[in-house]
Write a protein that binds this ligand. Structure first.
Ligand SMILES: Nc1ncnc2c1ncn2[C@@H]1O[C@H](COP(=O)(O)OP(=O)(O)OP(=O)(O)O)[C@@H](O)[C@H]1O
Ligand SMILES: [Mg+2]
Length: 220
C-alpha cells in the first residue's frame, strides 16, 4: 500500500518562501492506479518526486509497503528507490551509447547480483513489443519505441510503485494511445501501484481514479 499523509512542500527561493504542495493525502492499494491532471505549475511532478523518494516533503509522511523512505539512511534510500520505484518520464532518458537491452538492465547493475536479470529484460522487451529491437541503440528507435524501452526499464526490478510523469507527452496522438494502452496493460500484470501524471484527456479517461491537482492541493 502507498499512503501519503498531509504532505506539504515549501521551497526557499531568493524571493521568499514558495509553497507548492499543501496538505496532500492519498492512499492506493497494490494493484490500483490513478492519474493526476491539473495545470502547469500546480505541483504534480513535485508530488511524484516526493512519493518516489527523490525529494523529501517539508511536512507530512510517505509510506510504501510499511517503509517511510525519508526515515532511511542515504544508502538505504538509494536502494529503496532502485528496487521499489520505477519512473517513466516524458523524456525517455535512455543512455545513447547502450543498446535497448543494456538500457533495461541498467537498474540491475547496482546492489547484489541479479542472475535472472537478462532473461527478465528480454521477456519484458518482448511484452512491450521490442523483441526484435534488443540490440538497437536509442537513436535507431522511433519515439514510441524509446518510451516502450523506458517502460521496460522502469519495470525490470518489479517495483512496488510505478510513477509516470507525462509518459506520452512527446508522442503524436496515435503513438501516445498505443503507449498508454501498453502502460495500462503492463501495470495490470504487475500487481504494483501506478500513478500517471498527464495533460492528455484521452489517457486520463482510462483511469477509474482521476485526481486533480490545483495550486498545490490534490482533490482525490
Ligand atoms: N527546486 C525548486 N525550487 C523552487 N521552486 C520549485 C522547485 N521545483 C519546482 N518548483 C516550483 O514548484 C511549482 C510546481 O512545480 P511542478 O514541476 O511540480 O509543476 P507541474 O504541475 O509538474 O507542472 P507541469 O505540468 O508544467 O510539469 C512550480 O511553480 C515550480 O516553479
Ligand atoms: Mg511536471
Amino acid at each position: 500500500m502507498l499512503t501519503a499523509t498531509q504532505l506539504s512542500k515549501t521551497y526557499l527561493t531568493p524571493a521568499g518562501e514558495l509553497t507548492v504542495l499543501r496538505d496532500v493525502s492519498l492512499r492506493l492499494n497494490a494493484g490500483e492506479s490513478a492519474c493526476i491532471m491539473g495545470p502547469s505549475g500546480s505541483g504534480k511532478s513535485t508530488l511524484l518526486y516526493i512519493l518516489g523518494g527523490l525529494e523529501p516533503p517539508s511536512t507530512g509522511s510517505v509510506d510504501l509497503g510499511g517503509t517511510n523512505p525519508y526515515a532511511l539512511s542515504a544508502d538505504a534510500l538509494a536502494a529503496f528507490r532502485n528496487k521499489e520505484v520505477g519512473f517513466v518520464l516524458q523524456d525517455h532518458c535512455l543512455l545513447p551509447q547502450c543498446t535497448v537491452l543494456e538500457n533495461v538492465l541498467v537498474p540491475t547493475l547496482v546492489g547484489e547480483a541479479d542472475s535472472g536479470a537478462a532473461e527478465r529484460a528480454q521477456s519484458l522487451l518482448g511484452q512491450v513489443g521490442l523483441g526484435q529491437r534488443l540490440h538497437h541503440r536509442p537513436a535507431e528507435l522511433s519515439g514510441g519505441e524509446k518510451q516502450r524501452a523506458a517502460i521496460a526499464r522502469a519495470l525490470i526490478r518489479n517495483p512496488r510503485l510505478i510513477l509516470c510523469d507525462e509518459p506520452t507527452g512527446n508522442l503524436d496522438a496515435e503513438t501516445a494511445s498505443t503507449v498508454g494502452d501498453l502502460l495500462i496493460a503492463m501495470h495490470a500484470r504487475q500487481h504494483a501501484i501506478m500513478i500517471v501524471v498527464t495533460h492528455s484527456d484521452a489517457l486520463g479517461s482510462r483511469f477509474a481514479k482521476r485526481w486533480r491537482m490545483d495550486r498545490g492541493r490534490l482533490a482525490v
